[in-house]
Structures are given as structure tokens and as C-alpha cells.
Design a protein around this ligand. Sequence first.
Ligand SMILES: Cc1ncc(COP(=O)(O)O)c(C=O)c1O
Length: 411
Amino acid sequence: MPYTFKKSLELFARAARVIPQGIPGHLTPVITVPGSYPYFAAKAKGCRFWDVDGNEFIDYMCGYGPMILGYAHEKVDEAYRKQARLGSCTSIATNLSVDLAEEITKTIDCADWVMFAKNGADATSMAVMLARGFTKRDKIVLAEEGYHGTQPWAGTNPVGITPTDRADILMVPWGDVNAFCEVMARHKGQVAGVMFTPYHHPVFADQRLPGPSYWPEMRRICDEHGIVLIIDDVRAGWRLDLRGSGHYFGIRPDLACYSKAMANGYAISALVGSERLRITASKAYFAGSFWCNAPEMAAAMACLEEMKAIDAPKVVKELGETLMKGLGERAAAHGLKVSITGPPAIPFMKFANETNFMRSQLFCGECASRGVFFHPHHNWFLSTAHTPQDIAQTLDAADEGFRVVKEKFGG
Ligand SMILES: Cc1ncc(COP(=O)(O)O)c(C=O)c1O
């Protein structure tokens, strides 16, 4: 029996009166077919969540990445609760900041030191500051369609952003070494750093993995020009390799940014760096009222311990491979062409002949109405709480989704 979303829609009508956009930012439902998607969650456990209408979903967004071990994970939540009982936002730092920093420097291979914050955007902004502080230069190279947060320099939306905010940002296509070299030549001696994601995960498009020579080439060019190489590993970090996605793709960055899956849903981020950036990092001033909160750090310690114990990247990779293969086979059986791209742990599927995402929206809406939560134009995430049975159930729902797409669009 397909789901209905009456309470979600009623709540959205109330939300629209008191919250601009109703649900702003990346959780906005404007990307979905109205009435075919849940808007508000009531609870979540393992790889599933339940919406306010009581519908149950297998979740392939995992909170847009943070949930890697499953929602309401006993060990991580207990570590958080235990520490919270001892105080949360204390007036001085706790031993946990040292314990966690030591643990991260032992885990991520490019990390000689760690600075903590709350959001991924804090870490990427700190990285930009450090690159500029270290080189005494202004310009930062970013990739077109890359995402590093909503801060003005990252420029995701024109509203409220002035040309000055972006004056020192240079854009190149991700993965295009020649374009990068051209920009470096044109702005010789002015570029402080380059910030790229370890592989390309744009919205509305196929994901792209680097070829074997890409990162070594990038490293060589950065060294030649004396610029800081920053990997924004906020989205992919911990899912591909616990030593960092840089390690996974064979590159040692100068700075790398982490958040999302670091504490299985608790708000914490980290900027890690190499020895040569240490003095600049110790001179710069970064702070936030909540950045030293111990409960989130306790959650991160527990999450790291668990991810290591169960080899989380291996688990999510294998699950993702089953999902990707199954989706490809089911689509083909309906005579539909899909492209399934990215690392298996963070896959994305779109219809190959899609120009306006109507097929993807219909497909995801049909899956949502059958208990599977996909996103039509943002990459998906696997967690270690998904099981082969969940994937099998997902593929059955997807099969129906493909059938409806075929009926409506013919191919
Ligand atoms: C690659 C990347 N960098 C930075 C960010 C910003 O992180 P946050 O939303 O925690 O500020 C995100 C968030 O999706 C991201 O995917």
C-alpha cells in the first residue's frame, strides 16, 4: 500500500508561516514531487527512519552523510550521554580534546595536528585562512560545482554575497590539470591554496573519480608553485578509508577537512594539517563557543573506535557494490539506461538520458512511497547498519520505481 504524507504536508504549511522556506537549505523538499515524499521525521534507528505520518523508510541519505554506524547507535550515544552528564560546554578544555586529537593523528595519515570545530564549513574556512596565512597570498582555487559550505567565499548562492567576498576565488573544472596549470600561470605568485574534494561529487551530475595520475600531478604542481593543497574530505571522509580519502587516492595533502561521519551524527569537525603548517595554525585565531564541547568529542572517540573495530569502510563498500549492481540490473530489465557513479559507499544514480531530472524525481518519489529514501540529484550514502536484506528490499521497491518511470516516459 503506497504511503501518504498528510501530516508532513500539514506541518509544512505551518512551517512555511514561521520559517522562511519552511524547510531551508539542503533538507528542502522543493526537489521532490509534492506529496510523494516525507518532509518531517519522527524517529530513526539503524538504517531506518519513521516520518510524522508513521511511514517507515530505509534511508540512503544517512543525514547527508553523518550517520555511518546507524541512527541511535548504542555505543556512540552512550559515550555522548555519559560525557554530557559530566557537563557540556565547560569553561576550560577537557582531556577529551587531547585524547581525540591524539587518536586522529594516529588514524589519518596526513594529520600531524588537529583543530576542532563544529561544522564542515568551519573546517574549510579555517583551511582557507591557514593557506593565506602560511603563503601570505590571497587567491584560492576551487572547483566548479564543488561544495565547501554556505559561507560567502564558498559562494553557493548569490543572495547577500558581494563581488568582494569572491574576489580572490578562482574557479577551474575539477580534474582538469591543464586548466589548473593555466590559472597558476596567469596568477603566478598570488595563489595561496587549492581546495578540492578528493573525488568530484557535484549535485545534478555524475560523480567522477580521479585517474591514477591526477593527485600526484596536483601535488607536484602545488609544490612547484609553493601553494597549500587542501582536501575537503567533509563528505567522503571516514567512508572510503579511515586513514583519509587522501590516502585512499594516493595523495598527501597539506590540510584536510573532516566532519559528517566523524561522530555518527553529533556536531563536530576537524581541520588536520601537516607539520609545515603547524606554526601558522598556532598563530591563527579560530574559536567558537561550542567548539570544545566534550560530549561530541566523546561521541567521536566512540565512533572512531567502532569504525575501526568493524572496518566500516569495507562494510559500506560491499553494501554499496550490491546496491549499485542491483540497481543497474533492475533498470536494464525495464529497458532503462542509468548511470551509477562514485565510490560504492557514496553512490549516485541518474537516468542516462535525463535532461531535467523528471525521471529521477518520479523514481525517488515512487521509491519513497514504497519505503526507500533516495535523493533525486544528490549523492547517496551507505551505513554499516544497512544489511543485505535491506538492500534486497530496496531493489524490490526500485523495481517498481523503474516500472513507473518506464510507463510514464517510455525510456
Ligand atoms: C565536501 C563538503 N564540504 C563542506 C561541507 C559543509 O559542511 P557543513 O554543512 O557541516 O558546514 C559539506 C556539506 O555537505 C560538504 O559536502
